[in-house]
Every structure is written in structure tokens, then in C-alpha cells.
Design a protein around this ligand. Structure first.
Ligand code: ZN
Ligand code: ZN
Length: 337
């Protein structure tokens, strides 16, 4: 079968590799689409992931073969894949934080993923893709689920205020999630005009090209003078620092965008304002299922987010290189093997 093999920094090569055979408790999934994630782009740019193999953890397809009989699944079933692979036995798993399990890795991150014609997935990773949701949208639950676990961890309440810095896939879905969650005021900041325009369809209270502090603070009212929750979805150091200026006293910054290098910050800002900084890694199964439900009920719309489909052969030029171009018109690029 054809697969895109990640071989280190800026190196992705199309190769023919043996089609895998499912063992007991596993399914062979024929990939329909796999999304290119921000984390894939980080590996591509930095060579951060030490191994080589098939990336792609935002996957949808159909079951091609079952490794053993199981009531719940049959060949031809439409599925999406929860890429988390947790042991179920360690202290973190027992506490319910399967996203923190160290033993499992993830599909597309250590275990061969979706940038190939087929992949192997354990039965417990399979999630039914309802007939009402087109395959094209079967790749986005992972990103919505990451936003949902963030909102739960910080106990976001109806009427709370928010700012979103960076409107990639996670930022635009966060805007939609915040609308569902009943945010009272949302300010978004994004310098890419195409992405800002997409976000404006979801009616943020203010949509700004850059951080204009006085305008942002004013949006929340003189007394509070800042956002209760700032969702930093860009991973860019200047915006991470801007988050410290935008968050209100006692407010929370949620770091969702990936930043993999040390940056300079002024700790006195968050000390004096009694702020909390929350990191977010992956999601839980329940978040993934909620994401499917929100899309099925049309409360979240992936249509403006999934902007481009590229064939597997063009994954390097049309996929990865396009996605890291700062002037790109695309938000989420998905690959069709
Ligand atoms: Zn992802
Ligand atoms: Zn575990």
C-alpha cells in the first residue's frame, strides 16, 4: 500500500509498504481522509519527533477487516478514530486522565497513522461516524475535543468572557465551542485576513487583526478591564505574552497552541494578577464523543474550517508546505489516500 513516511526534519517521502494485518482486537481501517495537524507541522518543521513512520492522527474511513469477531463492528462500518492509546492501568488512567498515560503513545504519533491507504486501530479507538456526517468532517473531532477538554478543565461557565489569540483550526473551533458554552463576550485576534474572515461568520464581539490592548480591554468593560479566559491558540511568543496583558485579574490563560522553545515572560504580571495558566494535552474519549455529537446536531460547523483536500501523492508540496506558509488561505488541509 502507499504511505507517506515521515523521516525527520522537512522530510516526508511516499513509499510502498506492506499492508498491515489486524491482530485480535484490532481493525484494518481503509483511510478516507486524514487531517494535517499543527503538531504534525511542528514535527515537520523541527524534526522534534525522534522516530520515523506514518503521521496523521485525525482520521476517518471505513472498516476493511476485523482481526477477531466482535459484536459492535463489521466490515464497511464508517468510523472516525480516537487516536489516544492508553493502558487503562496506570495511576493517570485510573484517575481518568487517559490523555496523560505515558505507556500508550497515539495512533499517528509512534503508531502508524492515517497518511496511508490503510492503518491498524484497536477496537477501543473506533468511534462510529453517523451517516449524517460526511467523511470530510470525520477528521475534525480530535481538534474540537481538545477545545472541549480545555473548557472543562477550567470550569468555563455561561456568561464568562473570553479572548482567542490565533485562529487556526483550534481557534476557530474554540470560537464555536464558546458560543455553545454561552460565553458573554468573545474577542478574537488573528493576523491572517482569510482566517479572520472565516471567524467573523461565527459572530465574535470583536475581530481584530492585531493585539490593540486598549480596544481589547475596553470590550470587557472598565471595571474588569480584561478577559476572564484567554485561549492562546497560536503558540507564538508575542501572543503568549499578550495573553498576560489581556487576561483580567484572577483570570485564566489556557495554552493550547504549541510552542516548543523557551521564551521570555514576565512572571510578575501573572503573580500580581493572581492568574492561572492551564496547559492542555489531547482529550478524553468522552470529549471525542461529545465533539461527534455537537457536529451531528449542527451546533458546530466544520464546513468553513476544512478548506482543502489534497491527494496523498501531493502531501508534501500541497499539504505540509502550504500549511506552514504564513500567508496561506487554508485552515485545515486534509489528505485523501
Ligand atoms: Zn491533531
Ligand atoms: Zn495508563
Amino acid at each position: 500500500m502507499k504511505a507517506a513516511i515521515y523521516e525527520g526534519k522537512e522530510k516526508i517521502v511516499i513509499r510502498d509498504i506492506p499492508k498491515p494485518v489486524p491482530k485480535e482486537g484490532e481493525a484494518l481501517v481503509k483511510v478516507k481522509y486524514a487531517g494535517i495537524c499543527g503538531s504534525d507541522l511542528e514535527f515537520f518543521k523541527t524534526g522534534l519527533w525522534p522516530g520515523r513512520g506514518v503521521l496523521g492522527h485525525e482520521i476517518t474511513g471505513t472498516i476493511a477487516e476485523l482481526g477477531s469477531d466482535v459484536k459492535k463492528w463489521k466490515e464497511g462500518d464508517r468510523v472516525s478514530i480516537d487516536c489516544t492509546m492508553s493502558c487503562g492501568k496506570c495511576l493517570f488512567c485510573k484517575k481518568g486522565y487517559t490523555n496523560l498515560c505515558r505507556s500508550g503513545g497515539a495512533i499517528g504519533l509512534g503508531h502508524d497513522g492515517g497518511f496511508a491507504e490503510y492503518l491498524i486501530a484497536p477496537y477501543k479507538s473506533l468511534v462510529t461516524l453517523p451517516d449524517s456526517i460526511p467523511h470530510k468532517y470525520g477528521t475534525v473531532f480530535d481538534q474540537i475535543a481538545t477545545d472541549l477538554i480545555a473548557l472543562r478543565e477550567i470550569n468555563f461557565q455561561i456568561g464568562d468572557t473570553a479572548a482567542i489569540l490565533g485562529l487556526g483550526t483550534l481557534g476557530i473551533f474554540m470560537l464555536q465551542c464558546l458560543k455553545v458554552a454561552g460565553a458573554s463576550k468573545i474577542v478574537v485576534v488573528e493576523k491572517n485576513p482569510y482566517r479572520l474572515e472565516i471567524a467573523e461568520r461565527f459572530n465574535p464581539d470583536r475581530a481584530l487583526k492585531k493585539v490593540a490592548l486598549h480596544r481589547i480591554r475596553k470590550a470587557y468593560g472598565k471595571e474588569i478591564n480584561g478577559a476572564g479566559f484567554v485561549f492562546e491558540c497560536s503558540g507564538v511568543s508575542t501572543l503568549i505574552n499578550a495573553a498576560l496583558d489581556i487576561v483580567c485579574r484572577g483570570g485564566t490563560i489556557v495554552q493550547i497552541g504549541i510552542c516548543d522553545r523557551p521564551i521570555e515572560m514576565h512572571p510578575l504580571k501573572y503573580i500580581m494578577n493572581h492568574n492561572r495558566i492551564q496547559g492542555v494535552l489531547g482529550y478524553l474519549r468522552e470529549d471525542f464523543e461529545t465533539a461527534v455529537d455537537l457536529v451531528a446536531r449542527k451546533l458546530i460547523d466544520p464546513e468553513p474550517v476544512v478548506t482543502k483536500i489534497v491527494p496523498l501523492d501531493d502531501i508534501l508540496e500541497e499539504g505540509f508546505k502550504e500549511a506552514i506558509n504564513p500567508e496561506t488561505k487554508e485552515v485545515k488541509i486534509i489528505v485523501e489516500p
